[in-house]
Ligand binder design. Structure first.
Ligand SMILES: Cc1ncc(COP(=O)(O)O)c(C=O)c1O
Length: 384
């Protein structure tokens, strides 16, 4: 039993969020507790007292320590782990590391993230690589349906499969272990886009052993913005490169990735502070509490909107985020609905979309309370 209550005054005060806003969108950019930001501020002050000493002499050893801590948290061997600014960089570095030939195909999920789809369009322009969508049935009932959808999208030309560990628009947790097995059985490389997964799910990356795994630490680990990682399988460690080349080219993963020119590394250095806070609260308790908020919230929303839930009510399918279809909205309405909820009602919640369908996606974090989802559901009922 956790020693705290979600949404209690003490927990709310740990974040500096605007009290006038019902903030139901932790998923987009995360939100960082004040205590972690204080650690980052202290690090910045230290850096600015003697920038050459901090960046030029001390940084590599400090980053080694961050990587070591992260390696335990992610169950990912530190030799394959590098810090990157965000999952977008991680995905791009993996894409750049393959030696593409015209006509190669990349399989990705139809719920996939727009920026990744755009990166694949660029790959098409540069190398003639084609992207092929695995079309998931949605509503969905069984993990095997996901595997079947991916298998159906493979062809002899498939070189890479991109698996969203947690989908963005629909907040669905995909069965990554089965999808990695599928890719292996077809001799295809696999990149897991785990933008939302760290903190949200327990991870055992070395055991999963995809070719590449990237994940954000600024979302559900609550680190400062600009903190993410890429893990590279031993088979790729000599061939993986960041998108920007600097002094460390061909000097090993850490040297290449972790200095791509002058930057502020304090978000990375504050990651252990974020992990300390989550671990002190109890990661299992945090996950269970956030899931319970969203579980109740999505039921209320589905009832208010008069729709069925898109997947079983089982934690293997979703964590502290869930999406419910908005049957009367189109994807084009999304930005307007998001703006109206915020502008008129001070509720920060995204209206997402994929495949001509519109969804409202809720997040649950320690600063949230059940009443906030009731308020959202009541408004949506009145908008029907
Ligand atoms: C599935 C997925 N991939 C990639 C990203 C990109 O994350 P970032 O903007 O931190 O690079 C997101 C962001 O929400 C995402 O949901």
């Amino acid at each position: 039993m956790a020693s705290w209550t979600t949404g209690s005054a003490d927990l709310v005060a740990e974040w500096g969020l605007d009290p006038a806003v019902d903030y139901l969108n932790h998923g987009s950019f995360g939100a960082t507790p004040r205590s972690v930001l204080a650690v980052q501020t202290a690090l910045r002050e230290e850096m600015e007292r003697e920038p050459v000493h901090f960046l030029g002499r001390e940084l590599p050893a400090r980053l080694d320590a961050v990587r070591a801590r992260l390696s335990t948290f992610l169950n990912a061997d530190a030799a394959g782990l590098v810090l990157v600014p965000n999952a977008t960089h991680g995905v791009q570095a993996a894409l750049e590391s393959l030696d593409w030939r015209e006509g190669d195909e990349v399989v990705r999920c139809d719920h996939g993230y727009n920026a990744v789809r755009r990166a694949l369009v660029r790959l098409e322009h540069r190398h003639g690589v084609r992207q092929v969508a695995a079309v998931l049935p949605f509503p969905i009932q069984r993990p095997e349906q996901v595997v079947e959808a991916f298998a159906a999208a493979f062809s002899p030309r498939t070189r890479l499969v991109i698996v969203d560990h947690v989908t963005s628009a629909t907040a669905l947790v995909l069965p990554v272990a089965q999808l990695v097995d599928l890719a292996r059985s077809r001799g295809v490389a696999v990149l897991v886009d785990g933008a939302h997964a760290p903190g949200l799910l327990p991870l055992t990356i070395s055991e999963l052993a995809p070719d590449f795994y990237t994940g954000n630490l600024h979302k559900w680990v609550c680190a400062p913005k600009g903190a993410a990682f890429l893990w590279v399988h031993p088979d790729w460690r000599q061939r993986a490169h960041p998108t920007v080349t600097s002094h460390g080219y061909e000097l090993g993963l850490a040297a290449e990735f972790e200095w791509t020119g002058t930057f502020d590394p304090t978000a990375w250095l504050a990651v252990p502070a974020a992990l300390d806070r989550l671990e002190a609260l109890g990661l299992d308790d945090v996950r269970a509490s956030n899931h319970a908020l969203v579980q109740e919230g999505r039921q209320r929303l589905a009832h208010a909107l008069g729709v069925d839930l898109p997947h079983p009510d089982d934690p293997t399918w979703y964590g502290p985020m869930a999406a419910v279809q908005v049957p009367w909205a189109t994807p084009a309405d999304g930005p307007l609905l998001t703006a109206r909820m915020y502008g008129e009602h001070r509720i920060e919640v995204p209206f997402t979309s994929y495949d001509h369908r519109s969804f409202v996606r809720i997040s649950g974090q320690l600063y949230n309370r059940p009443e906030q989802y009731v308020r959202l559901a009541d408004l949506l009922r009145s908008w029907r």
